[in-house]
Ligand binder design. Sequence first.
Ligand code: BDR
Ligand code: CA
Length: 309
Amino acid sequence: MTQPQLLIDTDPGVDDALAILMAHAHAEVLGLSVAAGNVGLAHTVRNARTLVDLVGGAFPVFAGCPTPLVRRPEEDAAFVHGMDGFGDVGFAEPKVAAATESAALALIRLTREHPDLTLVALAPLTNLALAVRLDPSLPERVKRLVIMGGAVTGHGNTGVVPAEFNVGFDPEAAHVVFEAFPFFELVDWEATLRHAFDETEFDGWLARGDHRARFFGRVFGTARAFNRKRERRGIIAADALAMAVAIDPSIVTRAEDRHVAVELDGRLTRGATVVDWSQRLGSQANARIVLEIDQARFGAMVRTALGSA
Ligand code: BDR
Ligand code: CA
């Protein structure tokens, strides 16, 4: 398989980190555009730089928008990922600097320079929404857009019950992107829960892996403790699952094409992803909703990324 070219919008974030390790191991990474989300932008940019240092990667980091487009959300996800987004381990200041170009402009430029790239969105969609508002022709230049976001039957993971974090953090941005792209692949939170790894098996991969596994083992502690407290079973890695689909779409074993829209208001539902499952609205499908993937192949991709293949 030839390596895909990936441009990754991200808010690292523990599961973002695993996804970026996978991208580095299996694809050509063109750059990381960084959003605020799991934690504030200063932390997510610094964490992205830490990852570039870790893998000795030659790809740039572009800082994006520090706030959602319209409304400030009530909470971020520091209680899952740690106050610094990387488990509060206390890493030294990374050596690699962020680029001076802002994320939205980098998205516009890189999609012009690389007509074959796959865009992988692992964060609130603020940067991508800004980019498509600045350049409405951007979606025409993107071969594939893979989004980690949404909860397609309303089983979300935020304080707004049916909303998933990435869409719920900046619903207006998700709305702009969902309307602007004629078609995208959606890996939602519920698919993530169906594709958790067995804890003992995953610990074996960490124990046998290289410096990347040691790094992940360190940043992962806070999120793991949080998931256990919530009685979530197994090792849950939302962004890693989306990355597996971005790297190799043939890993998908079941998907459905449907129209998906974002609820922007709603007394109880702001940020929910509304799927026209029964095709009652007559709208053309804009999303391939990933329902099942080959778990063994997903595991193999993660093992390679941790140096424990
Ligand atoms: C998504 O929200 C973030 O907390 C994770 O990094 C992932 O992108 C899961 O809902
Ligand atoms: Ca993320």
